[in-house]
Design a protein around this ligand. Sequence first.
Ligand code: NAD
Length: 438
Amino acid sequence: MSSTSTQIAPAEGKLGILIPGIGAVATTFMAGVELVKRGLGEPVGSLTQMATIRLGKRTENRTPKIKDFVPLAKLDDIVFGGWDIYEDTAYQAATHARVLEQTMLDQVKAPLSAVKPMKAVFDQEYVKRINGPNVKTGPNKRDLAEQLIADIENFRKTNGCSRLVMIWCGSTEVFHRPAAVHQSMEAFEKGLENNDPDIAPSQVYAYAALKTGTPFANGAPNLTHDVPALLDLARDNNVPVCGKDFKTGQTFMKTLLAPGLKSRMLGVSGWFSTNILGNRDGEVLEDPGSFKTKEETKLSVLDEILQPNLYPALYKDIYHAVRINYYPPRGDSKEGWDNIDIFGWLGYPMQIKIDFLCRDSILAAPLALDLVLFLDLAQRSGMRGIQEWLSFYFKAPMTAPGLYPEHDIFIQLMKLKNRLRHLKGEGLITHLGLEYYD
Ligand SMILES: NC(=O)c1ccc[n+]([C@@H]2O[C@H](COP(=O)([O-])OP(=O)(O)OC[C@H]3O[C@@H](n4cnc5c(N)ncnc54)[C@H](O)[C@@H]3O)[C@@H](O)[C@H]2O)c1
């Protein structure tokens, strides 16, 4: 069954990508885009650049690339900008992050050096382990928000952008629950005026983005725009948003494996996950407040995939622990170990061990690219509020209130592709095709 296609405005003109947090992920993302633009690298890991999408029946043989099927912004039309508490250009920050080899970085030194971070909105109460000089000052948070809005409009004008997207790649802020100030826009704006301590810096950026009609994605686990005041603002201003926390290393592995174990009705009694990493992110996560924010998103995944309430005999007593240890020698090359205690027929125990020697920012960069391109597509298609079809990219996908998030990566992928088919008026694929015996 096919539906009518949605009116999608063309991707004309420049797309500005504004990033709070010019660290390892952001610079690996920027450098990658600049290298791919020049034919000096391949966008491995990016659905928007590499994946195909099947359309119609299997016999029709229609499998265009996603980028040829929906009108996405071209990499050549992307312009980068952002904020950081340090004054380093993107080239200097990328050199410091040591994710990409210097010879590779030097091939795109000019465009990366041109990205000079604007002064950040920062509060050390929210990120304990770092401090820097490139920070805005002002009488209250409302003034800081207005400064960000001026930065955004200035960037739009100077770079001649027809559209913007903002993606948070800043450090993980300390754990915070939604407070009274987050419940309505009126309370939130009063809180900005009164310098309410419950308004985090990332929330000031999200507010500025939504006020200026800029789609917003959150690559970290912070609460940020996942509160009624900012979600209402997104809907009122017709802005699409998504989050939270890029699904990369260990949680990516978890959401590959757990649905498989569950599909075979195999039990799990324990899942112990531990990591060592030595980048600045690892240093920030040494702080218990920031770790708690991360731990919450990492822990929720298994419960929501395995559904112990529906399968108490298999998953009720699962012991799930996640540890992160800062270990400088490894830099961005993280090592994540999982020990999984499972059981099968008649309760007989077995074990699975995973040792994933991954590169955090290499895994995160293509997700950042896909997210900004899809959010821009969503906005041109008239979509607003939480974009659940982008759950595929997140450890803690945001959902409409009262709904549980979908964590199974294969369901997430089907949802994403069906959303694209729906946008273009193609039939949704349910995998319910005729069987041989029909
Ligand atoms: N790399 C991954 O695989 C991955 C996966 C999931 C989530 N994340 C999250 O993405 C974020 C970025 O990761 P990273 O490895 O690039 O970290 P990073 O430490 O290299 O970069 C973060 C940058 O944010 C800056 N910053 C902090 N607070 C800021 C503020 N208020 N305004 C502007 N800049 C600010 C810091 O100075 C730093 O340069 C982290 O929150 C991390 O937890 C990363």
